[in-house]
Design a protein around this ligand. Structure first.
Ligand code: FE
Ligand code: FE
Ligand code: ZN
Length: 277
């Protein structure tokens, strides 16, 4: 059995997200902690959280994967952007304590001319400022496409961040299929070798979740344009091998495809069918 779902709008609260996931045939999902383009977050209603938890329990949901806003850049060259990003990150982690035991995924950032080393240093410093020994959320660094000055296009860059993090029990990696493909990791022709490389450089035990996106661009394009499953350069067969892979079992698999309700429900069904092949 795989845990699969899509990005769900959080505007109506947690219980509504749980019901929406059920409607689409999902048993995990992702949501933005606030408007993906930034902005303020809604107050959390504990009764709503309780209602969600009972839905999740009844339907054996897997871990859910919150996503930080895209505007976060922990390693911006602008102090005010860095400050906003670090503060937002810290506030989001406090809010995540309402739904303990889940994941909070973020894009490591773009170093914008400061160099990879400096970018990695800022990101590590943010994590060491905000990760607390007693927190109940695992923060996930997302693998990136390596477009522009993005940090996290290479496994080595993510490993360098992990190495610098003090609270190692609260950190992990989310592998985005479109991003690694665009970064040049051939998960279509050489999935085995890519996972081996991940294992050697980072270690597969750090891999906690996947983003399941096809790519509008060929291998190594460094573009980051998501396609629907089967409508891009990765293709259905490759996703089949991913959902059936024993080393990836049990991790939540989240769709971030350009789609709407029926489309996501179809993709969720498709991935479940692929698992059975
Ligand atoms: Fe992302
Ligand atoms: Fe992603
Ligand atoms: Zn992306």
């Amino acid at each position: 059995m795989i845990y699969v779902g899509n990005h769900i709008s959080s505007s109506k609260g947690f219980a509504a997200m749980g019901r929406q996931a059920l409607k689409l045939g999902a048993n995990s999902f992702a949501f933005f902690t606030r408007n993906p383009r930034g902005g303020s977050a809604k107050a959390i209603d504990p009764a709503d959280v309780q209602a969600y938890l009972s839905i999740a329990k009844e339907h054996a949901f897997g871990t859910i994967v919150a996503h930080a806003p895209y505007t976060l850049n922990a390693c911006s060259s602008k102090p005010e952007v860095r400050e906003f990003s670090w503060r937002t990150f810290g506030e989001d982690l406090e809010r995540m304590e309402y739904i303990p035991g889940n994941y909070y995924n973020f894009h490591p950032g773009s170093h914008v001319g400061q160099g990879m080393k400096e970018g990695i240093r800022w990101i590590t410093q943010m994590l060491n400022t905000h990760l607390k020994p007693n927190q109940h959320t695992t923060v996930l660094l997302e693998t990136m496409a390596g477009k522009g000055s993005e940090v996290g296009g290479r496994f080595e860059e993510l490993k360098a961040i992990l190495d610098g993090v003090e609270q190692k029990e609260h950190i992990g990696i989310c592998l985005d299929t479109c991003h690694v493909w665009d970064a040049g990791y051939d998960i279509v022709g050489h999935l085995e070798e890519v996972l081996e490389e991940f294992d050697q450089v980072i270690g597969l035990s750090w891999l906690k979740a996947l983003h399941m996106n096809d790519s509008k661009n060929p291998l190594g394009a460094k573009k980051d344009r998501h396609a629907r499953i089967g409508e891009g350069h990765i293709g259905v067969e490759a996703f089949g091998r991913i959902v059936r892979h024993s080393a990836l079992k049990g991790r939540p698999m989240i769709l971030e495809t350009p789609n709407e309700e029926e489309g996501w429900a179809r993709e969720i069904k498709l991935l479940r069918e692929q698992e059975e092949i």
